[in-house]
Design a protein around this ligand. Structure first.
Ligand SMILES: *Cc1c(COP(=O)(O)O)cnc(C)c1O
Length: 391
């Protein structure tokens, strides 16, 4: 497909009607682990599926084009995509990471730091002075997550990437929460984009996978080499499913975001809600930056429920359209309680420092009818309030 196509067309159509064997409209899955050598000492485009596989290559190409990168490597999970990036660092380098980064990323950075693989400073990237102090230690890599999990903090990618560059550091953005449908970090100056494709890119909560995109072709080569060395490339079947999900990324995102905006406004006006964290609300501290650097405000939000942990428990237990589960970005709406689920490993002190309270709930908004989602939340508020009143 030509380069000038719109991203919606790339997502829906990359690889369609290109099959040279039988004219299949939908690209076939190549599950084969190994490929024929055309002759003695001659290799074809593929030899072994750990190294390269046509189904995985098509997914990588689609993600890279959507992100505006030179290429991508598809990995077995979001965490292995982060680890692939870390594999390419020289020893003794410094990484600057967000103080409120994804728990698995925090754990990976801390574990490798403790093994002496590199140093890490965790900083509040919304705090210019703290960020500047970190830059003055000449990091090799700056990791950004925006919006952050679960408080939806937003940082300015272009500004941080520019500062990083002036100190000789590369910038990587974990774009899992928005997807390239709503945010394209390379166009804002980032060098690398990381995805947990488990979330919005696949979008159906039936694959665990990841990807790393690089702006520069030489970096893509380095990542591909290291992915082959360590064997963390994604499986062909998972790649097929993820590409199948990715075909509908844009309409899913549009509809899920529409639902999320309605729910955010409903929660914002609700007397039993102490705070709503959604960048689409004008009261959100990152609203202006998000409006500038994002094509939409996304379908993730969190909020604080009035009434203590008992009310939170009853609220969650009385929901029926929302499902109590970790993860996000699927077609189904999920509710998570970070303090007892996604962020339990952080410990109470670190959670308090990050601003994650026991009454915080995170919502991943799906494709259901907004009226059903709102009715489900409303009845759960009623249950929470009745029990509070009865105490
Ligand atoms: C889920 C997630 C990851 C990790 O991805 P896995 O596919 O679960 O390994 C990394 N970053 C963010 C922001 C995530 O939400």
């Amino acid at each position: 497909m030509s380069k000038s196509l719109n991203p919606e067309t790339i997502a829906a159509g990359n690889g369609i009607a290109l099959d040279e064997s039988f004219g299949a409209v939908t690209p076939p899955i190549y599950l084969s682990s190994t490929f024929v050598f055309p002759g003695f000492a001659q290799s074809g485009p593929y030899d072994y599926s750990r190294t390269a596989n046509p189904s995985r290559a098509l997914l990588a190409d689609t993600i890279a084009r959507l992100e505006g990168g030179a290429g991508a490597v598809v990995t077995s999970s979001g965490m292995s995509a982060v680890d692939l990036l870390l594999s390419t660092l020289e020893p003794d380098t410094l990484i600057v990471a967000p103080h409120d980064c994804y728990g698995g990323t925090y754990r990976l950075l801390a574990a490798r730091r403790d093994r002496g693989h590199f140093s890490v400073v965790f900083v509040d990237q919304g705090d210019d002075a703290a960020l500047e102090a970190a830059f003055e230690q000449y990091p090799a890599l700056v990791l950004i997550e925006t919006p952050s999990n679960p408080l939806m903090r937003v940082v300015d990618i272009a500004q941080i990437a520019e500062r990083a560059k002036s100190f000789g550091a590369k910038t990587a953005v974990d774009n899992t929460f928005l997807s390239p449908a709503l945010q394209r970090p390379i166009s804002l100056g980032a060098d690398f984009v990381i995805h947990s494709t488990t979330k919005y890119l696949n979008g159906h909560s039936d694959v665990v996978g990841g990807a790393i995109v690089a702006a520069d072709a030489a970096d893509v080569e380095t990542f591909a080499t290291w992915a082959n060395i360590t064997g963390i490339t994604g499986a062909p079947f998972d790649s097929y499913l993820t590409l199948r999900g990715l075909r509908t990324l844009f309409p899913r995102m549009e509809r899920q975001q529409e639902n999320a905006e309605r729910i955010a406004r409903f929660l914002d006006a609700h007397p039993q809600v102490a705070a709503v964290h959604y960048p689409g609300l004008p009261s959100h501290p990152g609203h202006a930056i998000a409006g500038r650097q994002q094509a939409g405000f996304g379908a993730m939000l969190s909020f604080e429920l009035d009434g203590g942990v008992g009310a939170v428990r009853r609220f969650v237990e009385s929901l029926s359209v929302f499902t109590l589960a970790e993860s996000l970005g699927g077609i189904e709406s999920l509710v998570a309680h970070p303090a007892t689920m996604t962020h339990v490993g952080m410990g109470e002190t670190a959670r308090a420092a990050a601003g994650i309270t026991d009454r915080l709930l995170r919502l991943s908004i799906g494709l259901e009818a907004a009226d059903d989602l709102l009715a489900d939340l409303e009845q759960a508020f009623d249950v929470a309030r009745e029990r509070v009143a009865a105490l």
